[in-house]
Design a protein around this ligand. Structure first.
Ligand SMILES: NC(=O)c1ccc[n+]([C@@H]2O[C@H](COP(=O)([O-])OP(=O)(O)OC[C@H]3O[C@@H](n4cnc5c(N)ncnc54)[C@H](O)[C@@H]3O)[C@@H](O)[C@H]2O)c1
Length: 356
């Protein structure tokens, strides 16, 4: 059921521009972007002109007063997310919010609680789950073809230098809320746990070696999934060859992702079966595959479908919690020099803030 088009206000014209181009414009039967909010007048006008958006405002509060706006899409710097999501849910609007949703488990739990009392629903952005490569592996797992999980590794080796960190909110604890674990590898680790399930314990090291910033730009961690399989994570912002790579070893097959740093979700992943029998089962399961558009296009379409049918969001507040929990655990482990067990509940160290 398509229902009426959702009227959207985009807050922040940075990645917000990509949300419009790659998300809403490709689902024009479901969404109309009616307003753009950004205090930066030049950016606001440039993006609004490009996409023919007539309502342009500088203040977030003005958007909350727009009665016809169904969805507030928050694409502002991380330190603003908690207050803006809360205010939008308080007015009963639906909310899409960029990663990281917020800066602590306490805040994510507060939003989850508010969501149960609001007319509005909340969807955090984790667009890397969508695309053929990831979704085909997910289909094989759901079909029960993979067998016991043996091991997974995830590497997020990108390059970010002085120009990237010249943007004032980046690289600072107060405003970015964390470093590359929170801002970049969070996507890779969301894909990893989406496929492999939650991580049960982790031991990690974070450090700042590439840039002159407050937050970490290199990390490594090892741990175990709830299934018992070991996991290894690594990332740097100082890699001359940029890549994202996931490797999943199961009893019945092994999986290697494409290694394009950002488009790995869509491109074909290498699936190596343990036998001819498994190969046939894989081919049968994936026969007639319908392409899953990557990124915002699929995530936003599924958001509209979830609202229309009162189904679960394609990415939930619980997913954002799981992602924040892993970041919190690695930060705590690095600081304390010991293994940290998950899940982290209210009252445990790190619950109230990512960086102590
Ligand atoms: N999902 C992804 O792949 C992805 C990619 C890039 C950034 N992000 C996330 O998106 C968010 C924004 O990042 P960005 O790269 O677009 O940053 P940016 O600095 O390029 O853009 C943020 C915009 O928000 C505007 N802004 C600041 N305060 C505002 C307010 N109170 N109300 C409205 N607008 C306000 C700024 O003027 C700016 O134009 C961050 O949380 C970041 O982590 C996600």
């Amino acid at each position: 059921m398509a229902g009426k088009k959702l009227t959207v206000a985009v807050i922040g014209g940075g990645i917000g521009r990509a949300h419009i181009e790659e998300g809403y414009a490709l689902n024009a039967d479901r969404f109309e972007v009616a307003a753009l909010c950004d205090p930066d007048a030049a950016r606001r006008d440039a993006v609004a002109d490009e996409f023919g958006i007539s309502r342009r405002v500088a203040s977030f509060e003005e958007v909350l007063d727009m009665r016809d706006v169904d969805v507030v899409d928050i694409c502002t710097p991380p330190f603003l997310h908690f207050d803006q999501v809360r205010a939008a849910l308080d007015t009963g609007k639906h909310v899409i919010c960029e990663k990281p949703l917020v800066g602590s488990l306490q805040q994510v739990d507060a939003l989850a609680d508010l969501e149960t009392r609001s007319r509005g629903r909340l969807m955090p952005v984790f667009q890397s789950r969508f695309g053929d490569g990831v979704q085909q592996v997910r289909r094989l797992i759901d079909a029960g073809l993979c067998g016991k999980a043996f091991l997974a590794t995830a590497e997020t080796c990108w390059q970010r230098g002085a120009a990237y960190y010249a943007v004032p909110w980046r690289g600072k604890r107060e405003t970015e809320l964390g470093g590359t674990l929170l801002s970049h590898a969070i996507h890779t680790h969301d894909v990893l746990t989406y496929l492999m399930g939650p991580i049960a314990s982790v031991s990690g090291v974070t450090t700042t070696r590439v840039n002159s910033i407050e937050t970490e730009d290199c990390f490594s961690a090892s741990g175990t999934f709830a299934s018992g399989a070991p996991v290894s994570l690594a990332g740097t912002l100082g890699s001359r060859t940029e890549f994202t790579r996931l490797y999943l070893a199961f009893e019945q097959l092994t999986v290697e992702s494409d290694i394009h740093p950002y488009d790995y979700s869509q491109r074909p992943w290498r699936i190596v079966p343990a036998s001819d029998e498994v190969r046939t089962a894989v081919e049968t399961t994936l026969a007639g595959w319908q392409t899953v558009p990557p990124g915002f296009a699929s995530q936003f379409r599924l958001f509209a479908e979830a609202l229309a049918s009162d189904r679960a969001m394609p990415v939930t507040t619980a997913d954002a919690r799981r992602a924040l929990e892993l970041v919190t655990a690695v930060y705590r482990s690095s600081e304390l020099g010991k293994r940290v067990a998950l899940p982290l509940a209210a009252g445990q160290e790190g619950y109230a803030g990512l960086l102590q």
